[in-house]
Design a protein around this ligand. Structure first.
Ligand code: HEC
Ligand code: HEC
Length: 302
């Protein structure tokens, strides 16, 4: 009941203030030298214990920024139990990971390297290994203290800042180009607003700026506990960072456990469990059409 009231208030506020989706800026500030080094690291399997897996293995930049799998596969063929989110536009998220345990991209980058089922490395060994390669020179050129755990994370995070996808059809529409999206897609956007999706999925990333319960109005099964992992507060159970909907049609399967392989099921579930409202097949089609206008342009630095 309490949550229902909060959500109702959230939707009412959004309605009063009007739309709150903002276009992705054309550029963000970043340090080119660091980003280029970060790019090299991002694609380099040397970061994993057996030199078999790079960040790009699970975050394919040409495929929406994830791996298209329900669960990613790390070193020695080990499968995880949570769906890989996209790295595209992750710079705009207020926290990183589904449960938000990393405060920023620097903190996040250290996670997979030491995760035993992802890259399985320890930093002392990795730093020594990198010192025997051309990375030694590369780092010294940029960082006075050369290769350290912090500098490694700093360079990778700098590259990730460049992974933004501006100029989606919808952003062009927001900037005033009325013809950038069709009337069917526009109706989808109207439904996205009027039904209240936008109360959680808003801002530049159309998500990524708040936590919400998975199953806000109607309970839904979830093995993962979300933010509770960090706080151990009962009321944080099943609260996840609201995911970005940018490029969403490229990043199936959906939800933190990859339970659906198509957007229609994801939209239908959202309407039922987050908003407690039935939704027609036609409405779902319109919203999905709108979601497909959110694919932007990615320019990978050279
Ligand atoms: C074995 C697959 C795998 C590898 C390798 C991997 N990731 Fe991930 N990545 C994931 C999964 C799975 C998650 C979600 C984990 C969670 O939320 O608990 C994730 C989450 C992220 C996020 C958070 C995005 C968000 O919206 O919360 C970023 C950013 C990211 N990874 C970047 C990287 C970088 C940089 C590297 C290399 C240093 C890397 N990943 C290596 C699978 C992988
Ligand atoms: C009360 C907040 C809230 C509302 C309202 C809401 N969502 Fe979500 N949405 C979430 C959360 C939280 C998740 C992540 C769920 C999970 O996987 O644990 C999510 C996930 C999604 C996903 C899957 C994203 C991915 O990367 O897997 C889609 C698609 C989506 N929402 C679309 C919608 C649409 C369309 C509506 C309106 C019908 C809507 N949402 C309403 C909070 C909300």
């Amino acid at each position: 009941m309490f949550f229902k009231k909060i959500l109702f208030l959230q939707i009412a506020i959004v309605y009063l203030l009007g739309s709150s989706i903002e276009p992705i800026p054309q550029t963000v500030d970043y340090n080119y030298e660091k980003a280029l080094l970060g790019k090299k690291l991002f694609f380099d399997p040397i970061l994993s214990k057996d030199s078999s897996i790079s960040c790009a293995t699970c975050h394919d930049l040409n495929n929406g920024g994830d791996d298209g799998l329900k669960f990613s596969v790390g070193i020695d063929g080990q499968e995880g139990d949570i769906n890989a989110p996209t790295v595209l536009n992750s710079f705009f998220n207020f926290r990183q990971f589904w449960d938000g345990r990393a405060h920023n991209l620097e903190e996040q980058a250290l996670g997979p390297i030491e995760n035993p089922i992802e890259m399985g490395h320890d930093f002392a060994t990795l730093v020594e290994k990198l010192k025997t390669t051309t990375y030694n020179k590369d780092f010294k050129k940029i960082y006075i203290d050369g290769i350290t755990k912090e500098n490694l994370a700093d360079a990778i995070a700098e590259f990730e800042k460049t992974l933004i996808t501006p100029n989606s059809a919808f952003d062009r529409f927001l900037r005033g180009d009325e013809t950038a999206i069709t009337s069917f897609e526009k109706e989808g956007y109207e439904l996205f607003r009027s039904k209240g999706c936008i109360s959680c999925h808003n801002g530049v990333n159309i998500g990524g700026n708040l936590y919400s319960k998975f199953g806000m109005i109607v309970d839904i099964d979830s093995k993962h506990l979300g933010k509770y992992n960090i706080t151990k507060n009962e009321w944080d159970k099943y609260y996840f960072k609201v995911p970005s909907l940018r490029n969403i049609s490229l990043t199936a399967p959906y939800f933190h456990d990859g339970r659906y392989d198509n957007l229609k099921d994801a939209v239908k579930t959202m309407s039922l469990v987050q908003l407690g409202r039935p939704i027609t097949e036609k409405e779902i089609e319109k919203i999905v059409a709108f979601l497909k206008t959110l694919n932007g342009e990615l320019i990978i630095i050279k």
